[in-house]
Write a protein of this length. Structure first.
Length: 248
């Protein structure tokens, strides 16, 4: 991925990591088309920078993904990067069946969302000489948190998709980069005031720096996520899972 001059479609760009990355990319010289459901917030963010555009999209809805993706491709034919950011994280108590609605919503947004997005963009981006697909998994894809089993599973799925898509796309101009965040202080669980989570600005600083320093990277791993990412290799996965379970 180039360090500037990209045109990036970023669904899930109205809050948290998505908004922060959109603003960082715009500040460094990229053009960013953010997507989200809240029109007032979309308008507010777009007005903050002449390098940010906004479209309304619901990444839990297949028709919205298909239609809005086609609109962005028509309005911004120079788009050469897709960052599939949108996601939800909900606690679940699987000792009873009441968790099912949250689990289904999580799968729809976190796993079907990126799959549907790439299906809507595959023909467009593979026709480019150079393009980038950025996925977003989590440290919990590798060392799960007991409180959020379906979230963990969907992020494991995103990691597997990233690896498999990278292999299939090797003969094209599409680079696949997986962001692997730790817990970050955003509105996503555990929340903006969690002292154990990484401050948002620190995460954004380190992530953008790594993207620029490692333009051919497969995974972007900030220092705070390394233990989660490599716990199985390092032999402390069970211990770390117990620590995570006890902290919530």
């Amino acid at each position: 991925m180039r360090s500037t001059g990209n045109t990036i479609f970023l669904p899930g760009g109205t809050s948290g990591l998505g908004r922060g990355l959109a603003e960082r990319f715009a500040a460094r010289g990229d053009r960013v088309i953010i997507g989200g459901r809240r029109q007032e917030l979309l308008d507010q963010i777009a007005a903050s920078s002449d390098r940010i555009e906004a479209v309304r999209i619901d990444t839990s809805d297949a028709a919205s993904i298909r239609d809005v993706s086609a609109e962005v491709q028509e309005r911004f034919p120079e788009t050469d990067a897709l960052l599939a950011m949108a996601g939800i994280m909900r606690p679940e108590d699987v000792t009873t069946g009441g968790f099912l609605a949250d689990a289904e919503a999580t799968v729809t947004t976190n796993l079907l969302g990126p799959i549907r997005l790439w299906a809507a963009w595959a023909d467009f981006l593979t026709a480019k000489e150079e393009a980038t697909l950025i996925t977003v998994s989590s440290g919990l894809a590798f060392t799960p948190l007991a409180l959020t089993p379906t979230y963990d599973a969907t992020k494991s799925g995103v990691h597997a998709l990233s690896d498999a898509w990278r292999l299939q796309l090797a003969g094209t101009g599409v680079q696949v980069i997986e962001l692997v965040p730790p817990a970050v202080r955003t509105d996503l669980m555990p929340g903006p005031n969690d002292a154990n989570a990484m401050p948002l600005e620190e995460y954004l600083d380190e992530t953008v720096r790594l993207l620029e320093e490692q333009p051919e990277a497969r995974e972007i791993l900030v220092q705070r996520v390394q233990r989660l990412r490599f716990s199985e290799r390092d032999g402390d996965r069970d211990e770390l899972m117990a620590v995570l379970a006890g902290s919530h």
